[in-house]
Every structure is written in structure tokens, then in C-alpha cells.
Design a protein around this ligand. Structure first.
Ligand SMILES: C[S@@+](CC[C@H](N)C(=O)[O-])C[C@H]1O[C@@H](n2cnc3c(N)ncnc32)[C@H](O)[C@@H]1O
Length: 365
């Protein structure tokens, strides 16, 4: 069985980046309203599919236990809302003569702040809770033991930066940049790593999810055929890269440090996701839909600062790990200033961020 311990023995480029925790203003729980709003936009779609397509009675028969796993749950509170919504949708289908019980497994890297997660579990919950540490790119559960898997804003985190992107002797070396938006070759290397990771994710879940079971994925992505530099999420990471290069020119950070830094995230298109799922055939695509996140027309200074905090919420740990804790405030302050001046968030030529809502059913294969 492949688990977190095995991951730690993998190449040194395999690092774990849980969301920032602690009591400070930059922790993920305080800066993840964007992700919460994303779930709110798709929870009705999930409930409708549960209502129409999930054969609850048959799935759990002959018992009455329904098992849900949230892969990459972080430490709250978004996971609690999503899990509750799923349970309510499933409950609305239950046979009144046989009341169901629910067990929820909260998965994330072992470095995740599970203490906060369990301390803040809703007291009124109607489920048994358990934590499952380990990378979701490996096996985490016994065979055919799950009825529903949820994973939101997670699988765009690739397990490692492609080797050639970091190799100074390679034509794909990403010098002076931290993301893949402006180089086709770097983008291809990232895409290959994403495909590899996503296949591992599906392979592991195919073992764990019972035939007929559901998997809901919410993946920040890009529109098919989009000009990458004109996609909000990619443009934002490129802007962080150029802010770091400005700091290198001013001597505030070492340029070689910027050259060796790359963000371990890939934003797939729905075409790429469909191709990978269909190639394997373990899951049937019940629904896949692009959800555009509307851009705000009249952005105030506070709106932009809030957006910069959202970026810091997911990027803090990766940046701190590479550049050191002493400089992290300066990096994000400079980025916030650059974001203000750039006008990027209200630029009509930049396409809104897109989330991919993907609902899969485990086949009998
Ligand atoms: C942006 S947070 C999303 C949290 C939550 N699902 C939500 O919607 O707010 C991404 C989470 O995925 C976790 N994650 C990323 N890669 C992972 C992996 N390979 N295995 C398990 N968790 C992972 C991170 O540790 C982090 O907590």
C-alpha cells in the first residue's frame, strides 16, 4: 500500500504543502471564502444528481452505513458545509423504515492542521468523523469501502514540479518565471505531470469507491483553447512571479532563488479532464461543467486586498518554504501593491477564473 510515509521517500522534489494554519490573519480558514462560494455554486448540481442517479438503497445494502470521504479537506470550515450538504441530499433519499448512519473521513496530508479540524467539528453533526492522513495520489482506503468522494480545490496541486522545468541544462528550464503561462514547453511539462497525478488519483479511487458510487470534483481550471496569459488564475501567478523578479532586481531576494521556484499547480481544461477519465474507463462522467467565477466590475482597494489575501491563503506555505519566513510578508506586500497597480482583476481582456464541476460515477469495470 502506498501512503504518506512512502511519499516521503520519493524524490526530494515531492514536498507537502498544507494550507497555512495558526491564529494569524493569513490562515486558510480565514481566507477561503472564494472556495466556499465555489462550492455554493455547485452544491445544487450535486444534490440534483444524487437525487436522480445515486441508488442509495442498493449501494449500502444489506447494511445502513453510508461512507463519505473528503480528499484534501484542509482544516475547515468549508469541508463541514460541503459534507453536510451531501449528507442532506443523500438523507432525502433514504428509506424511512431503515434509517441510515453516516461516516465521514477527512483526508489531507499528515502535515495538515487536523487538531483544528477536529476541535471545530460542528457539534450538531449527524455523522461519525475520522481523519485519514496521506496523499490522495496513493491508496488510502480498503477496497470498495466508499460510497461518495468529494474533492474540491485540490487536484490542481500537482505532486511535484516536472524535473526538466527545474533543470538548468534543459531547454524547458523556467528561468525568471515561476509558472507556465508564457511557455508552451513548460505548460506541456506541467500538463504531463497533472495527467500522471490525476491518473494515480483515479486509479486509487477506482479501488476504493463501490460500483455506482459518486465522486464530485471541483477543480480550478481554464477554458478549452484559452490564451493562458489571459486567464485570471494564470495571470495572477505570473504576476507573483514578476513581483519576485522585481525584488530580485532590487537585491531583496536572490535571483537564483526565483529561478528555482515554481508553483506546483496546474489548471486543466475540461477537455484534458475528460480525456484522462475516459482513457481509464473506471468512472463514467455524469456531468462536467465550466463554472465561470464572475469578475467584479467596480473593485475597491479593499476588494483587491481581499483577493491578495485569498492568494496568500493558498500560496503562503509554498512561498515561505522556498524563500524563508523572514521575507514572506514583504513578498506578499509587494505582490498586493503590484496587483493594485496592474488593474488585472478588472481588465476586460482577462477571462474570468473558471472552476470545473465534475461528477463521476464508478463503473463496474
Ligand atoms: C485549497 S485547499 C482546499 C480545501 C478544501 N477542500 C476547500 O474546498 O476549501 C487544498 C487542500 O488540498 C490538500 N492537498 C493537496 N495535495 C494533496 C494530496 N496529494 N493529498 C492530500 N491532500 C492534498 C492541501 O493540503 C490543502 O489542504
Amino acid at each position: 500500500m502506498k501512503n504518506e510515509a512512502d511519499n516521503k521517500k520519493s524524490p526530494s522534489s515531492n514536498k507537502l504543502f498544507p494550507m497555512a494554519c495558526g491564529e494569524g490573519p493569513y490562515n486558510y480558514a480565514k481566507n477561503s471564502n472564494y472556495q466556499k462560494t465555489g462550492w455554493d455554486l455547485v452544491k445544487r448540481l450535486t444534490s440534483e444528481k444524487i437525487s436522480k442517479k445515486l441508488d442509495v438503497e442498493h449501494l449500502i445494502s444489506p447494511g445502513n452505513l453510508f461512507r463519505i470521504a473528503d480528499m484534501g479537506c484542509s482544516f475547515g470550515p468549508n469541508t463541514f458545509f460541503a459534507v453536510q450538504d451531501i449528507i442532506e441530499a443523500v438523507k432525502s433519499k433514504q428509506n424511512k423504515s431503515k434509517l441510515m448512519e453516516f461516516q465521514v473521513f477527512f483526508n489531507d496530508h499528515s502535515a495538515n492542521d487536523f487538531n483544528t479540524l477536529f476541535r471545530t467539528l460542528p457539534s450538531e453533526r449527524s455523522y461519525f468523523a475520522a481523519g485519514v492522513p496521506g496523499s490522495f495520489y496513493g491508496s488510502l482506503f480498503p477496497k470498495a469501502s466508499l460510497h461518495f468522494v468529494l474533492s474540491s480545490y485540490t487536484i490542481h496541486w500537482i505532486s511535484k514540479i516536472p524535473r526538466e522545468v527545474q533543470d538548468q541544462s534543459s531547454p524547458v528550464w523556467n528561468k525568471g518565471r515561476i509558472f507556465y503561462g508564457s511557455s508552451k514547453k513548460v505548460e506541456e511539462a506541467y500538463a504531463a505531470q497533472f495527467a500522471n497525478d490525476f491518473e494515480s488519483f483515479l486509479r486509487a479511487r477506482a479501488e476504493e469507491v463501490v460500483p455506482g458510487g459518486f465522486m464530485t470534483l471541483l477543480i480550478p481550471g481554464t477554458q478549452n483553447g484559452a490564451n493562458l496569459l489571459k486567464c485570471t488564475s494564470i495571470a495572477i501567478s505570473e504576476l507573483l512571479g514578476s513581483s519576485l523578479m522585481d525584488m530580485a532586481k532590487e537585491g531583496l531576494v536572490d535571483e537564483a532563488k526565483v529561478d528555482s521556484f515554481n508553483i506546483p499547480i496546474y489548471y486543466p481544461s475540461s477537455e484534458k479532464v475528460i480525456a484522462i477519465v475516459e482513457k481509464q474507463g473506471w468512472f463514467k462522467i455524469e456531468q462536467i461543467q465550466e463554472i465561470a467565477r464572475p469578475m467584479i466590475q467596480q473593485l475597491s482597494k479593499q476588494d483587491i486586498e481581499k483577493y491578495a489575501l485569498f492568494v496568500r491563503g493558498w500560496a503562503e506555505v509554498v512561498v515561505r518554504d522556498h524563500f524563508g519566513v523572514e521575507i514572506v510578508d514583504k513578498i506578499f506586500n509587494n505582490f498586493t501593491e503590484k496587483l493594485m497597480k496592474s488593474g488585472l482583476l478588472s481588465d476586460p481582456s482577462i477571462a474570468p477564473a473558471v472552476d470545473l464541476f465534475v461528477l463521476l460515477m464508478r463503473t463496474n469495470n
